[in-house]
Design a protein around this ligand. Sequence first.
Ligand SMILES: [Zn+2]
Length: 61
Amino acid sequence: MAKELRCSDVMPESGCREVIRGKDEKEVMTKASEHARTAHNMTHMTPEVEKKVRGAIHDQR
Ligand SMILES: [Zn+2]
């Protein structure tokens, strides 16, 4: 099942509308860390953020 992640679910205060999609959770995580770095200047994800991201990933609709 393909997965997706809405950036606003992780960082509602950013107002970012990015939706990251991947074929599985691993791919979404990889793309999410890249998006965080390029779009939000977040050079690395803290375990806390990573947990939040994992919790926000859901099946693509
Ligand atoms: Zn974003």
